[in-house]
Design a binder for this molecule. Structure first.
Ligand code: NAD
Ligand code: DAU
Length: 341
């Protein structure tokens, strides 16, 4: 084995795509997935790598110091990539506590273990939401790595707190860290509570498509595999103590995404229903990815037109994966969040 890489949160959307990417590209590396399987974690997603001798799955929380240390003692990882998080903004508005526990304290537990076991690189997967939002009428503005942190939701505040802690561990203890802040991802295995898979699932069932506010908020969409490539580059070649923004200059209004999904699925736009806006709803995200391009040569490779086609195709071909989710416990969440909205 060349090196051992611990991927936390690898049973979720981006973490699982990252594991597939590593397994394909570096078959000589050992990959250990640490995930406690919250509602967003799905072991069946990892079916294709589960039987590989160079892959191990460990069910534990990143907040469980004893379990994390035991794993590090056994595996002596070279690199740790932290995807594990509570990731949905709407849930953070309903119940912030678990966001602070997992996203901040869990990150601390991981970094303490990295210090104890001399891990060569701790990579924190962060988000563009730590920068807050940009006004809709200033298309000339973008988030750079120098943009001040200015958060809106308990989710983004917890991610920004973790980022500060990661940089503090670098400065105080010399822990070799890096941080990436990416824009909105889409692609296979995204949990159907997020905009694109939710709209695909609802449209296929001819259910209302709940657009928050006027649908004018803008997100900067990146195909998940492009995000995975960027993280891989940063954790291997990026400078320690540095932050890298990741994004593909692909800004779209929510309403245009929803209309596009209707068109692709041959559904009527009459399904679109405007509902009460999200509290504190960020207007626009837009990443300036110049640093990662300049220093590491990264550029997004998937055009949105192709990525969305591939994503819709994937949801059509993997109905069993998401139908099981939408018919289970998630149904209660959906009822609570969307009925009477
Ligand atoms: P996700 O919600 O799909 O998956 C999160 C995973 O973490 C799940 O498998 C869950 O079981 C696991 N997890 C949660 N709490 C845990 C804990 N205490 N211990 C161990 N495992 C735990 O999330 P995602 O969309 O794949 O996001 C992954 C990371 O990327 C997050 O840190 C998120 O902040 C960041 N991010 C996401 C996006 C996006 O568009 N989805 C964009 C930028 C950054
Ligand atoms: O920017 C990166 C972030 O992107 C990540 O850090 C988060 O983990 C990830 O969840 C995502 O956050 P958003 O809040 O941007 O994603 P979400 O899919 O929840 O919403 C996208 C936009 O669509 C947002 O403006 C809210 C809107 N929306 C969302 C849902 C679920 C709707 O209009 N209706 C909906 O039902």
């Amino acid at each position: 084995m060349d090196q051992t890489i611990v991927v936390t949160g690898g049973a979720g959307f981006i973490g699982s795509n990252f594991i597939f990417y590593l397994a394909d590209r570096y078959p000589q590396d050992r990959i250990v997935c640490l995930d406690c399987l919250t509602y967003a974690g799905n072991l069946s997603t990892l079916r294709s790598v589960m039987d590989r001798p160079s892959f191990r799955f460990v069910k534990a929380s990143i907040t469980d110091r004893e379990a994390v240390e035991k794993l590090f003692e056994e595996e002596k990882p070279d690199i740790v990539v932290n995807f594990a998080a509570e990731s949905h903004v709407d849930r953070s508005i309903e119940n912030p506590s678990v966001f602070l526990q997992t996203n901040i304290l869990g990150t601390q537990v991981l970094m303490d273990a990295c210090r104890k076991y001399g891990v060569r690189r701790f990579h924190q997967v962060s988000t563009d939401e730590v920068y807050g939002d940009l006004p809709l009428d200033r298309p000339d503005l973008f988030f750079t790595e120098q943009t001040p942190l200015h958060t809106s939701s308990p989710y983004s505040a917890s991610k920004a707190s973790a980022d500060l802690l990661v940089l503090a561990y670098h400065r105080t203890y010399g822990l070799p860290v890096s941080i990436s802040r990416c824009s909105n991802n889409y692609g296979p295995y995204q949990f159907p509570e997020k905009l694109i898979p939710l709209m695909i699932a609802n449209a296929l069932a001819d259910k209302p498509l709940p657009v928050y506010g006027k649908g004018e908020n803008v997100r900067d969409w990146l195909y998940v595999e492009d995000h995975c490539k960027a993280i891989d580059l940063i954790m291997r070649k990026g400078k320690t103590g540095e932050v890298y923004n990741i994004g593909g200059h692909n800004e779209m209004r929510n309403i245009d995404i929803v209309r596009l999904i209707c068109k692709k699925l041959g559904k009527s736009e009459d399904l679109i229903t405007y509902v009460t806006d999200r509290k504190g709803h960020d207007q626009r995200y837009a990443i300036d990815p110049a640093k990662i391009h300049r220093e590491l040569g990264w550029l997004p490779e998937t055009r949105f037109a192709d990525g969305i086609e591939r994503t819709i195709e994937w949801y059509l071909e993997h109905r069993d994966w998401w139908e099981e989710i939408v018919s289970g416990e998630y149904r209660n969440y959906y009822e609570k969040m969307y009925s009477n909205r």
